[in-house]
Design a binder for this molecule. Structure first.
Ligand code: GLN
Length: 198
């Protein structure tokens, strides 16, 4: 069974845990460094990237998470993707820069400008995914080793690199498990040593 962790220092972690369980994964809530031990993958949830940065250093450090994320599959959603990416240009946010994606925080405006859209997924084009964007970041540019799995309004909103997956929206807030299932499949392929095509 695939063991996934969900970082729970701040933000929308509970729904991620429920969705991963529903996909058949073993799930562990991650609050301390020791909780990372033995995990096959990790979700960095949405929430507030400035607060998450602040919380690192209380129970779990930036370095602990960085060391895990540089070698293991990680799925970052919204604030979690901000942490995985680079270029946010905000001293209050310490990014891992492990995904070559330049991210602008709060690019669509304030809470009032949050929106939903139905977007086609590259790996399942038949049914659109109901994507919920909450004070979402925008991916401004991508490196060559990053693949776009979904776009919205001309901007990538779901991306993957060899080890990582990132969404600017909140897939855990719908009952549609396809993106979490995709992440679990990615973990399995990485575990089996299969070459990822990025
Ligand atoms: N605006 C938040 C941030 O900058 C992200 C919002 C979210 O995760 N839904 O971290």
């Amino acid at each position: 069974m695939i063991k996934t962790g969900v970082l729970a220092i701040q933000g929308a972690f509970a729904r991620h845990a429920a969705t991963l369980s529903a996909c058949g994964a073993e799930v562990r809530i991650v609050k301390y460094r020791r909780d990372l031990e033995g995990l096959d993958g990790l979700v960095l949830p949405g929430g507030e990237s400035t607060t998450m940065t602040k919380m690192m250093g209380y129970r779990i450090n930036y370095e602990d998470l960085f060391r895990f994320a540089e070698k293991n599959p990680v799925f970052g959603t919204c604030a979690g993707l901000i942490l995985l990416g680079r270029g946010a240009d905000d001293a209050r946010v310490r990014q891992f820069a492990l995904v070559d994606a330049e991210i602008t925080r709060n690019a669509y405006g304030s809470q009032k400008e949050s929106f939903v859209d139905d977007i086609p997924l590259e790996f399942d084009r038949d049914n659109a995914f109901h994507a919920i964007f909450i004070r979402a970041p925008r991916i401004q540019s991508l490196g060559n080793n990053v693949r776009v799995l979904a776009s919205c309004g001309g901007f990538p909103v779901l991306i993957e690199s060899e080890l990582h997956l990132g969404a600017t929206f909140h897939p855990e807030l719908t009952d549609d498990r396809r993106i979490h299932q995709y992440f679990i499949q990615k973990i399995k392929e990485i575990k089996n040593g299969k070459k990822q095509s990025t």
